[in-house]
Design a protein around this ligand. Structure first.
Ligand code: SIN
Length: 575
């Protein structure tokens, strides 16, 4: 196993900070996790600073279609939700994290409704619940039919706007976090932030804080085709890795089975066709009209996402095509328009009418199941650094996230972080201490981004092998060797360099894991290997001594310091 697979700089090259600001907590990101955490913290903490890369609503939350999973129905239970989540995670979930998710989830969803999120209801006013892949119950709450994330985002941003004049919370948009600021002993005390703004806060600055909460979302733009919006360039994950935070499970990338196929060479954000369409009865068929999921898995078209994506890829290979079809015609035009208005409108814009013709679909990158490793309170291994939402690895998803568990995870763990920080800051923990930024690294020019995405898609995409991952690692090393002085410091080169650092980590883990499990599919090792691989690959670098990122194997996700019980339960007294 390579102990030092690639050199990882501590900082990206950036201009000297031209402004500074100070907060108790810096929250980075404005999806469900960041907004929930910031809104909750401002009730108890003197000064919260929320920064977001472009506009408040630009992240992945807004694009979530299917919904938010929670055991809300009387016939459902957290135990059943737990069982489905563990099965989807193929042996690598941290059961205690899943237990937190499923038991606290229903209360958090009801609070979200209390904050103004309008979920779809039946004539009696009860939330209508639907089913998605891997769920044995109808437990997905949705809004606006297939616009669940947009409605949650709207409701939370409305809450934020209502308190925006409050001096206890400041919001800075168009603010890209470049690196984390660390103290002499490696604790996190803020971040360098690049703001496209005006007045005093413009360009690179230093945002000092007693704690930083990363809620920066995923890394979908590391691949050529993804359902993620353009902002998903893994900035938070990469900054955390450079600062010495442990990242886990990066190789478990989720490829959504039904992303609209726009033809060869389509790149960037692609239109999702929610799993809820299959939940309502749509069926996957090949070019001959054969419903190929029937008989492949007891749940057929509603098997867990990794199973369906793999079946599609195999069918595409067997039939020599680059897509299959999702047939929803039998659901009828009226039902489709009312239940899936966003999808139907997008399909029609692109010249397909789902009421009269099957939708061409193929798997594309959708979700990073791994990320910055946290404990049940959202703490990372670096003092003062927290993570929640897609940027994090709480242990909830294991090798494959269960459908519609991501919004729930962001919601539940954002609350836990706010509770933990409220208590710690109130007790005088995490004092503000001086931080430093020293030196910088070569940057990868953004004109290499497409090439990087091509390398990742070919070598570390939905189907992998020792040869493909090795080829990817060599090609990425070639990009890393390009002369650094060709790239000017700026948002595009910082993002591209973040993608390179994460690409090298992800490809290394995908190369090492010689088995197939969940979102990680190795053609040369097509089966699970529980004897050798019931374990996590953790990426970490020593914050003090330097260069290499080290990959090591952990037997489970239990927090290594064993300090889980040293504080009160963060939920105590909050229900
Ligand atoms: C979908 O609507 O199919 C996506 C939901 C999810 O990613 O959980």
């Amino acid at each position: 196993m390579p102990d030092a697979p690639f050199a990882l700089p501590r900082y990206l090259t950036s201009p000297t900070a031209g402004w500074t600001t100070q907060a108790d907590v810096l929250v980075v990101g404005s999806g469900i996790a960041g907004l929930t955490c910031a809104l909750r913290l401002r009730e108890h903490v003197d000064r919260v600073l929320l920064v977001t890369k472009t506009e408040l609503s630009a992240g992945s939350t807004t694009w979530a279609q299917g919904g938010i999973a929670a055991a809300l129905a009387p016939e459902d239970s957290p135990e059943e939700h737990l069982d489905d989540t563990l099965v989807a995670g193929v042996g690598l979930c941290d059961e205690s994290a899943v237990e937190v998710l499923v038991t606290e989830g229903p209360a958090r969803v009801r609070e979200l409704i209390g904050l103004g999120a309008r979920f779809d209801t039946d004539a009696a006013g009860e939330i209508t619940l639907t089913r998605e892949g891997g769920h044995h119950r109808d437990r997905i709450a949705h809004a606006g039919g297939d616009a669940t994330g947009a409605e949650i985002s709207r409701a939370l941003i409305a809450q934020l706007e209502a308190v925006r004049a409050d001096p206890g919370i400041e919001v800075i948009e168009h603010a890209l976090v470049v690196d984390l600021l660390t103290t002499a002993d490696g604790a996190v005390g803020g971040a360098t932030v690049h703001v496209i703004g005006e007045g005093e806060i413009d360009g690179i600055g230093a945002a000092h804080a007693r704690a930083v909460v990363l809620a920066t979302g995923g890394l979908g733009q590391i691949y050529s085709a993804t359902t993620n919006p353009p902002v998903a360039t893994g900035d938070g994950m990469a900054a955390a890795l450079r600062a010495g935070a442990a990242l886990a499970d990066l190789e478990f990338v989720q490829f959504h089975p039904t992303v609209m196929h726009l033809g060869e060479g389509a790149t960037g954000q692609q239109p999702l066709v929610s799993e809820a369409v299959r939940g309502e009865g749509a069926v996957l068929v090949d070019a001959d009209g054969e419903a190929f999921m029937t008989g492949l898995h007891p749940m057929a078209d509603l098997a867990p996402r990794d199973v369906v994506a793999r079946a599609i890829l195999e069918r595409m290979e067997a039939t020599g095509t680059d897509h299959v079809y999702l047939d929803a015609r039998h659901l009828g035009g009226e039902f489709l328009e009312q239940r899936f208005p966003t999808i139907v409108a997008r399909c029609r814009e692109l010249g397909i009418d789902p009421a009269t013709e099957p939708i061409p679909v193929a798997p594309a990158q959708h979700y990073a199941s791994g990320g910055v490793r946290t404990d049940l309170r959202g703490r990372t291994n670096l003092e003062g650094l927290y993570a929640c939402g897609e940027v994090s690895c709480t242990g909830v998803h294991g090798a494959n996230r269960l459908a519609s568990n991501s919004l729930l995870e962001g919601l539940v763990f954002a609350h836990r972080i706010a509770e933990d920080l409220t208590r710690r800051l109130g007790a005088g923990e995490l004092p503000a201490t001086p931080t430093t930024v020293e030196g910088g690294s070569a940057l990868l020019d953004s004109r290499h981004r497409r090439e990087l995405q091509r390398i990742m898609t070919k070598g570390v995409g939905p189907l992998r092998s020792a040869a493909s991952t090795e080829e990817a690692l060599e090609a990425l090393a070639g990009l890393a060797r390009l002369p650094g002085d060709e790239a000017e410091p700026g948002p595009l080169s910082w993002e591209t360099t973040n993608l390179l650092h994460l690409g090298q980590s992800l490809a290394t883990a995908a190369h090492l894991r010689e088995e197939t499990r969940g979102g990680h599919v190795r053609r040369d090792h097509p089966e699970h290997d529980d004897a050798q691989w019931s374990a996590h690959l953790v990426h970490v670098r020593d914050p003090y001594d330097g260069e290499p990122a080290v990959i090591r194997l952990d037997v489970d996700l239990a927090w290594p310091e064993g300090d889980e019980e040293d504080d009160e339960d963060p939920q105590e007294g909050t229900q």
